[in-house]
Design a protein around this ligand. Structure first.
Ligand code: 13P
Length: 253
């Protein structure tokens, strides 16, 4: 069975103390995860070791970094390398979140470099893709997201691509309270999987979890996650509330 994942993206939120409290609240719900289920917390860099300690090896619970630099090492003041993340046992890292693409001008090519460095260090990329409102309104979202996959992922071998995670996040649904409907999510997730199948074959495409992101909440998670090609969610705002995120974790099929 494909992995089902509830991933929290805290973005640039929480003090250390608030972050500790949030994790305590979520872990306090004592949600036991099945072998195919995972809860992932993409926390700010300064909290990665705290979060690892809090999760304390609990089955199915992991941390993620929110970003990594696209160079191996050197004079890049303020940046964090894949090797650094690997050295503190970070298992996952978000790549290409739309906020990074927009505010930090991250190109598909740059993201391909980040993905290669993460994989070389044994870290699983959670590759984010998704279209802006203008593209959705023009009805060209499929070719837009296909190009994102092609330019950042299609240099990978089938064996390697089968190990990554993809998150589809329509930009118009991020932080807007305007969630894609379950039908809209299913339609484009199925399309993304068909693009992967076209390049790598159906068996490989069937192994890759494709998460939905954009105003996922406790109240809509179950419906979205029940779509056959939606393998969980990448959650911003609602992941900052322990009760909400616990409900989202509990909504994993
Ligand atoms: P919201 O859940 O706040 O819409 O954010 C989604 C997101 O960007 C997760 O990466």
């Amino acid at each position: 069975m494909r992995k089902k994942i509830a991933a929290a993206n805290w973005k640039m939120n929480c003090t250390l103390q608030q972050g500790e409290q949030l994790l305590d609240g979520i872990l306090g719900a004592n949600i036991e995860l099945k072998a195919h289920q995972q809860a992932i917390f993409a926390v700010p860099f300064p909290y990665l070791t705290m979060a690892t300690a809090k999760l304390n090896g609990r089955k199915g619970y992991s941390i993620a970094a929110q970003n990594v630099y696209n160079k191996k090492s050197g004079a890049y003041t303020g940046e964090v390398s894949a090797e650094m993340l690997q050295s503190i046992q970070v298992p996952y890292c978000l790549v290409g979140h739309s906020e990074r693409r927009e505010y930090f001008s991250e190109s598909n090519q740059m993201l391909a470099e980040k993905i290669d460095l993460l994989l070389a260090n044994g870290i699983t990329p959670i590759f984010c893709c998704g279209e802006p409102l203008s593209i959705r309104e023009a009805g060209t979202q499929n070719s837009f997201v296909a190009k994102q996959l092609e330019e950042s992922l299609f240099h990978l071998s089938a064996e390697v691509v089968a190990t990554i995670v993809i998150a589809y996040e329509p930009i118009w649904a991020i932080g807007t309270g305007k969630t894609a409907t379950a039908d809209q999510a299913q339609e484009i997730h199925a399309y993304l999987r068909s693009v992967l199948a076209g390049k790598y074959g159906q068996a490989v495409a069937d192994q890759i979890p494709v998460l939905y992101g954009g105003s996922v909440k406790g109240s809509n998670a179950k419906e979205l996650f029940s779509c056959p090609d939606v393998d969980g969610g990448l959650v911003g705002g609602a992941s900052l509330n322990a009760e909400e995120f616990a409900t989202i974790i509990s909504s994993l099929p």
